[in-house]
Design a binder for this molecule. Structure first.
Ligand code: AP5
Ligand code: ZN
Length: 218
């Protein structure tokens, strides 16, 4: 299975990705998690990316494409992969296409803007694994602790309301057009084009997983 999870910030891409990757035994390629790891490690890339991320902007296409290209070389990508938060611009999507990277599905998780702010303000993450919780909608078993390791959960630096609003604006301007891009490709009749599937991201996490698995079966 080779797929892209597309959707606004807070749509539940990361939450669903951790479940779907287990079902299919494929790696999750989250450019956001990769960038946050670089920030934490204090690499030159991390230092440059942190400022952009904290402002809710997008890291340059060249950097992102380089990161993904390198990641795809690793042997665990042979059986498939799940892109989470990539591609995010037409330039990134074109790079995937020109690189001949096979894709089966583009799965769009739809959530209205009003819901997003509420979700982000309650989000907690386990930085080492990327596991994501919500204080009310998806609480950890022990408050403030990761279910698997028991390590502390933290808030993301870019989950402040004004930054979330900026990220939403960037999504509408630069990433949402990818839906029409992939639909047009699918309609062109090119056998290499991935199928586009849309599911509502509103409702309990398990219900959305069920919708996604159903969409990926058809
Ligand atoms: P990235 O990490 O990709 O962030 P994002 O796309 O903004 O998405 P999020 O991770 O915020 O949301 P999500 O959809 O994963 O939702 P989650 O499952 O966590 O990118 C961060 C930054 O890195 C970007 O702003 C940019 O600067 C840079 N970047 C990354 N990739 C890039 C690229 N390709 N090009 C350029 N720059 C790039 O869920 C959110 C919350 O909701 C959680 O608390 C969760 O528990 C809760 N929740 C989940 N499902 C439900 C549900 N069904 N009901 C209620 N609550 C739910
Ligand atoms: Zn995410």
């Amino acid at each position: 299975m080779r797929l892209i999870l597309l959707g606004p910030p807070g749509a539940g891409k990361g939450t669903q990705a951790t479940i779907i990757k287990e079902k299919f035994g494929i790696p999750q390629i989250s450019t956001g998690d990769m960038l946050r790891a670089a920030v934490k490690a204090g690499t030159p890339l991390g230092l440059a990316a942190k400022k952009v991320m904290d402002e809710g902007g997008l890291v340059s296409d060249d950097i992102i494409i380089g990161l993904v290209r390198e990641r795809l070389q690793q042997p665990d990508c042979q059986a498939g992969y799940l892109f989470d938060g990539f591609p995010r611009t037409i330039v990134q999507a074109e790079a995937l296409k020109e690189g001949g990277i096979p894709l089966d599905y583009v799965l769009v998780i739809e959530v209205p803007d009003e819901e997003i702010i509420d979700r982000m303000s309650g989000r907690l993450v386990h930085p080492a694994s990327g596991r994501t919780y919500h204080v009310r909608y998806n609480p950890p078993k022990v408050p403030g602790k990761d279910d698997v390791t028991g390590e502390p959960l933290v808030q993301r630096d870019d989950d402040r309301e004004e930054v979330v609003r900026k990220r939403l604006a960037v999504y509408h301007e630069q990433t949402k057009p990818l839906i029409a891009y992939y639909e047009a490709w699918a309609e062109s009749g090119d056998p290499a084009a991935p199928k586009v599937r849309k599911v509502s991201g509103l409702g309990p996490v398990e219900e959305i997983t069920r919708r996604i698995l159903e969409a990926l079966a058809g």
